[in-house]
Write a protein that binds this ligand. Structure first.
Ligand SMILES: Cc1ncc(COP(=O)(O)O)c(C=O)c1O
Length: 383
């Protein structure tokens, strides 16, 4: 019998039935008064959840578009930008920024580690930076950045540098509050810890970011991602600039309802607890986690193989066993797999994932005691 496939890659994450139902509805006209009301409520609810008193932008696109939107509205050609990179997705900002003729400096951590806040501070004091970028969670390394501590330092010492946080693999799963953490721009997307399908780019712009955009003049070189084009729509979604992703906005409304039902702080605590339990469970089988302790993401784990396990064989067998995981990137291709434990992935998904990993190791001829990781996981979760 063929196993059902559970998507446990670090995004898209599993979509629950009530979210699927919203995506499966008959699409209405985007001017439909009921839809306009729904769109407005999603924007307002997201602002409230993320504690952003500025502007939320909810538009069709992906995380990469949101990255571009953050850079486009906060910098102009010739500005200095500092990129803090904890992996592949941190590095993506280099490509985004260099195309805009920005002067880009980068501090890259060794994969699995963070760039210490003191090092960021030292670099920022060398020259005037228009903006600085940090990924809250880098999906390539599973590293969690200390965004609150960085925000505190930026607020005290570098208030003129726009602090941009990439929350694509974190937002709605890892604790983040825009205004209290002094974040000027939080960018994210629908397909990870929100548990919606891919297709929505979300940008939360604080007051200073909105002021920065205003200081850049009436137009900027970019068209679709210009805050100025979208502000009138976000304030009154009955207006048109570009077609909203109607069904995804309904799906996001349902995702927000689920988040509120769970409680935001409960959701963050659940992510932390299940991430710690997943890691202990995987370690009990002999795997190691790439990210160093203290900086491990609550939303995904990057799992280093033990000797003798071939990546291609592991990932193809685990898929037959019903679980889809992702491979390692760059220097870690072939050396690890990446598994998500975010959004609305529940106990069934996580227990099934561990059991499938055990069956896979068995089929690969590795010594494995059935139920070991599942037992460790459940013991932690029931505490
Ligand atoms: C941290 C991070 N930033 C940005 C992106 C790019 O997002 P997207 O693939 O939705 O364009 C990803 C994608 O996985 C990501 O994990």
């Amino acid at each position: 019998m063929i196993n059902r496939k559970i998507v446990m890659i670090p995004g898209p994450s599993p979509t629950v039935r009530s979210i699927q139902d919203q995506m499966g509805r008959d699409t209405c006209a985007f001017g439909d008064p009921d839809f306009v009301k729904d769109y407005k409520s999603v924007i307002e609810d997201l602002k409230a959840i993320m504690d952003c008193s500025g502007q939320a932008f909810v538009i069709a696109g992906t995380g990469s578009l949101a990255m571009e939107m953050a850079i486009a509205n906060n910098t102009k050609a010739g500005d200095n930008v500092l990129v803090i990179s904890h992996g592949f997705f941190g590095d993506r900002f280099l490509d985004v920024t260099r195309r805009k003729n920005l002067n880009v400096d980068v501090i890259q951590s060794e994969w699995g580690k963070i760039v210490p806040v003191e090092e960021i501070e030292k670099k920022l004091s060398e020259k005037k930076y228009a903006a600085m970028t940090v990924s809250h969670v880098d999906t390539a390394t599973g590293v969690l950045a200390p965004i609150e501590e960085i925000g505190e330092m930026m607020h005290k010492k570098f208030p003129d540098t726009i602090y941009i946080v990439d929350g694509v693999a974190a937002t709605a799963g890892a604790r983040c509050y825009v205004d209290p953490m002094h974040i000027d721009v939080l960018l994210t997307a629908s397909q990870k810890a929100f548990g919606v399908a891919p297709g929505l780019a979300l940008v939360f712009a604080g007051k200073r970011s909105l002021e920065r955009r205003a200081s850049l003049g009436e137009t900027i070189p970019e068209y679709y991602v210009d805050y100025a084009k979208w502000i009138p729509i976000m304030e009154d979604p009955s207006k048109y600039f570009a077609t909203p992703a109607v069904n995804l906005i309904w799906a996001m409304k349902e995702a927000v309802r689920i988040i509120r039902e769970e409680g935001l702080e409960n959701r963050y605590a659940r992510h932390e607890k299940q991430a710690a339990a997943m890691r202990l469970a995987l370690e009990s089988l002999g795997f190691r986690i790439l990210a160093e302790k203290g900086h491990q993401a609550p939303t995904l784990s990057n799992v280093l193989y033990m000797d003798g396990v071939d990546d291609a064989a592991f990932r193809s067998i685990v898929q037959e066993e019903g679980i889809i995981v992702a491979g390692g990137l760059a220097a870690y291709a072939g050396k690890m797999f990446r598994i998500g434990h975010m959004g609305n992935a529940d106990m069934h998904d996580l227990v099934s994932s561990l059991a499938a990993v055990e069956r896979t190791l068995y089929r690969l001829g590795q010594p494995v005691e059935f139920g070991r990781s599942v037992g460790v996981f459940m013991t932690e979760m029931m505490k």
